[in-house]
Design a protein around this ligand. Structure first.
Ligand code: AMP
Length: 223
């Protein structure tokens, strides 16, 4: 089953989902499907979709469900058959989760588990202020906990690192409120389906990585 593992990474912005998704996907050969990355690519390219979603992303508001669901279901459908994936940042509302469930059930490829990365707001704000992302390949860094080898330069591709516009403190606070009101209900939603695996993401990234490995190994055993 591991080659076709299908996971959702849930949790507030700054919980470390992106970093963990990147590592797990590299290790297991899974597709790393970050909804935020998909949107940022469209915004950078100035596509019609990018123009439509840019104002929501800049303000830290959610892009409307029907737009987001269409984009992510297309992204999943475009994967080569049998490809496993990690969804990072999608779904973010109950209607998005219901659409995803329906689409995956139709093709007989349901989600195996939802990893819920939990961290308190104060820790998140402190983390995000130090977060940097590669302008080229999207790799994540943190100037304190996960610095690049050369300051301001991506280890993987050598491109410059930058702070995201929506990583400014006032936007982060808005994104956290949006998370607690619109996305947190998904915890109960997936718990009811028996898919939820809670992960303490307040500990250092290497420890979180170990726990993610253990959870994934337990899925392998079950599969
Ligand atoms: P992220 O990189 O996951 O923090 O996403 C950045 C921004 O993209 C969010 O603040 C939203 O504006 C938008 N976004 C990403 N994923 C979704 C989603 N599933 N539903 C609605 N908006 C989203």
């Amino acid at each position: 089953m591991s080659s076709a593992l299908r996971l959702i990474f849930l949790g507030p912005p700054g919980a470390g989902k992106g970093t963990q998704a990147q590592k797990l996907c590299e290790e297991r050969g899974l597709a790393n499907l970050s909804s935020g990355d998909v949107l940022r690519r469209e915004i950078r390219a100035g596509s019609p979709l990018g123009e439509r979603v840019g104002r929501y992303v800049r303000k830290g508001e959610l892009v409307p469900d029907e737009v987001m669901t269409a984009v992510m279901l297309e992204t999943i459908a475009a994967l080569p058959p049998g490809t496993g994936f990690v969804l990072d940042g999608f779904p973010r509302t109950v209607p998005q989760a219901e659409s995803l469930d329906a689409a995956l059930t139709r093709v007989g490829d349901p989600i195996h588990a939802v990893l819920d990365f939990e961290v308190e707001d104060a820790t998140i704000i402190e983390r995000i202020v130090h977060r940097r992302v590669c302008t080229q390949c999207g790799s994540w860094y943190n100037t304190r906990s996960l610095p690049p080898k050369v300051a301001g330069v991506c280890d993987r591709c050598g491109a410059p690192l930058a702070q995201r516009d929506d990583d400014r403190e006032e936007v982060v606070r808005r994104r956290l409120t949006v998370y607690r009101t619109q996305t947190a209900p998904l915890i109960a939603y997936y718990e009811r389906q028996g898919l939820l695996r809670a992960i303490d993401a307040a500990v250092p990234a290497e420890q979180v990585e170990q726990v993610v490995r253990q959870v994934v190994a337990s899925l392998d055993r079950k599969g």
